[in-house]
Design a protein. Structure first.
Length: 296
């Protein structure tokens, strides 16, 4: 089996950063065009994934980028992502409502039907605002030009970014995994929701960096863990929305809220079981195996 060092060859950190920018720039622009033309939910998802991966890799390897330029890039990417957060949350919520309707009494079902209509109106409003801002070829060209300028900026990457990627990538992945292990040791059902959310983000960053490095099998090995934490986050977001709608519109949503709160506890337990010290140690050993195996 070839070592990861052989697979990475003599690639530098700079090459990784520029390749990430190039490949994700194309994905961002292509999916932006498709989403503004079709409102395809998958295009929105891929648009967001490309933004998050670029953001994550640039933050993980920030020591190799000129500080002001790196900060500007990450902030711009964050704004692009935040512009679609509500649309994404509403899409997930609308998909979930059909399931929730089957689990509640008739009165609560009628309230969820009304909520469905409210969400559709909000989604249309958000879409319209996004369309006005980005649907025109001129607006899309501005996004493309901004990325092109950064990608071609010779001062974006510092001189030390020409150093070999292998050792640095290993250390960055280990550092992220240590943070996951530290938080996971204290994880219980009573742990605040924001801690579960933080742990989810750590797993996402670990996965995005692994993807960028071409560690496909390793990355896929903790996809289920990331998804488990994602379910907790989605339900907590939905509970907050349900409580807000109930207060503002007088909807009878307490049954659905109770249902979701119970489901969150089940999902949290699944997260705890998937992110144990033993399972994280298995991930760590797999990481070490990747970076220490010898060519044959």
């Amino acid at each position: 089996m070839a070592s990861k060092k052989i697979l990475l060859g003599d690639k530098s950190v700079r090459e990784l950063l520029l390749e990430t920018l190039h490949s994700n720039l194309e994905k961002i622009v292509v999916n932006l065009k498709d989403f503004t033309a079709t409102q395809n939910a998958e295009s929105l998802h891929q648009y967001r994934v490309a933004i998050r991966m670029t953001r994550s890799v640039c933050r993980e390897f920030s020591d190799f980028m000129e500080e002001k330029r790196q900060t500007l890039m990450v902030k711009k990417l964050k704004v692009l992502q935040q512009e679609t957060n509500e649309m994404r949350d509403i899409d997930v919520f609308l998909e979930s409502l059909d399931t929730y309707k089957q689990l509640v009494a008739q009165e609560a079902r009628a309230a969820l039907e009304a909520l469905n209509e409210t969400l559709c109106v909000e989604k249309a409003r958000l879409w319209k605002a996004f369309e006005i801002k980005y649907a025109s070829p001129c607006a899309q060209e501005k996004v493309l030009l901004w990325f092109e300028q950064l990608k071609n900026d010779e001062k974006l990457c510092m001189a030390k970014s020409n150093e070999k990627l292998f050792d640095y990538s290993h250390e960055i992945l280990k550092k992220r995994l240590k943070k996951i292990a530290k938080i996971s040791r204290k994880l219980t059902l009573e742990t605040p929701n924001d801690v579960f959310h933080a742990l989810r983000l750590h797993y996402k960053k670990l996965r995005y960096t692994s993807d960028a490095l071409g560690l496909d099998t390793f990355s896929k090995s903790f996809k289920a863990i990331q998804n488990a934490f994602g379910r907790v986050q989605d339900k907590n977001t939905q509970i907050a929305h349900l409580k807000d709608y109930e207060a503002k519109h007088g909807m009878c949503l307490h049954e659905a809220i109770s249902l979701l709160e119970e489901a969150v506890s089940v999902d949290k337990q699944a997260c705890i079981e998937k992110s144990t010290v033993e399972k994280i140690e298995t991930i760590r050993l797999e990481l070490e195996k990747i970076f220490t195996c010898k060519a044959v």
